[in-house]
Design a protein around this ligand. Structure first.
Ligand code: A2P
Length: 284
């Protein structure tokens, strides 16, 4: 990968940029402006979700930009409260309408279970996945995937359905690299994406990242993003200023050594959000 426009090929042949722009809470408050700034900064891949309540802002910003829809990669997610056939269909149509588009490049199941003690989640996930397969066949989404699925959730799809998810979007950053899930996915051709690749800033002052950012002459944020890229993971960083948006794309002029990749990958746990698909929010 030599720029954020370079692409991976998903398991169905669709090309996906190696860096995207994360929008959770980014567009809230400043409306479509943040997205317009990100478009101006060069981002073309936007990751959103019904839950983020910013699809309208993204749709408006995209229309105002005049950029050809085909140059953009738009991804959204069905919320855990809407899993199942009817909810997924309805949520999908709402997302399209808000985004002012007639197709999505990628559509994801946001979480595997409505809540941690919901018993019949397997049934719900399979029903939702069937809708994803239909949407792919109908040409309304170019690829389907999941988010926050651990191997035990992915196994349910593997054992009961034909289509393999194209991506799994998980929390991934130095201090929380979820290697078990990453290797499970990568062995099966599922591309891993990183939400919160900067650990929502919680890891940026960690002493190892400070040391290495001085060594490579980059910021800790750039180090985190480059770490994901070298691990074959698609980072979806958020930022609210133009300068940070640009800085977060500027990660192709240095390479983290193998030794330092191991040091980052094995650093003590840090910066985890506490969100685990099988548990109520974990306090620590
Ligand atoms: P801000 O919105 O003020 O730009 P994550 O993507 O891991 O969730 O992290 C998002 C947080 O990281 C945001 O609070 C954002 O702050 C901050 N951030 C984004 N880019 C950078 C950067 N290059 N340097 C420092 N902080 C950054």
């Amino acid at each position: 990968m030599e720029s954020m426009y370079d692409c991976y090929k998903l398991n169905n042949g669709v090309r996906i940029p190696c860096i995207g722009f994360g929008t959770y809470k980014a567009a809230a408050g400043n409306g479509a402006e943040g997205i317009e700034t990100a478009l101006r900064a060069g981002y073309r891949y936007f990751d959103t979700a019904a839950f983020y309540q910013n699809e309208e802002d993204i749709g408006r910003a995209v229309i105002r930009s005049g950029i050809d829809r085909k140059e953009l990669f738009l991804s959204s997610k069905v919320w855990s409260g809407d899993l199942g056939e009817e909810g997924t269909r309805r949520s999908f149509e709402n997302s399209l309408e808000k985004l002012q588009t007639d197709y999505l490049d990628l559509y994801l199941i946001h979480w595997p279970c409505p809540n941690h003690d919901y018993k019949d989640w397997k049934h719900l996930v399979l029903e939702t996945w069937k809708v994803m397969e239909e949407l792919c066949r109908e040409g309304r989404i170019r690829a389907a995937g999941v988010s926050n699925f651990l191997p035990q959730h992915l196994e349910v799809l593997a054992e009961n359905s034909e289509m393999v998810p194209a991506v799994d979007q998980i929390e991934f950053h130095p201090g929380h690299t979820q290697e078990m899930t990453v290797s499970y996915c990568q062995e099966r051709g599922i591309i891993v994406q990183a939400w919160s690749p900067l650990g929502r800033k919680r890891v940026l002052e960690h002493e190892l990242l400070t040391e290495l950012s001085e060594k490579y002459g980059v910021s800790p944020a750039q180090l985190c993003i480059r770490y994901a890229v070298q691990r074959g993971v698609i980072p979806l960083p958020k930022a609210s200023s133009y300068d940070r948006m640009k800085q977060n794309q500027d990660v192709f002029g240095f390479e983290i050594s193998r030794e330092d990749m191991y040091r980052i990958g094995t650093m003590p746990p840090a910066g985890w959000s506490g969100e685990h698909p099988d548990f109520a929010r974990v306090r620590f």
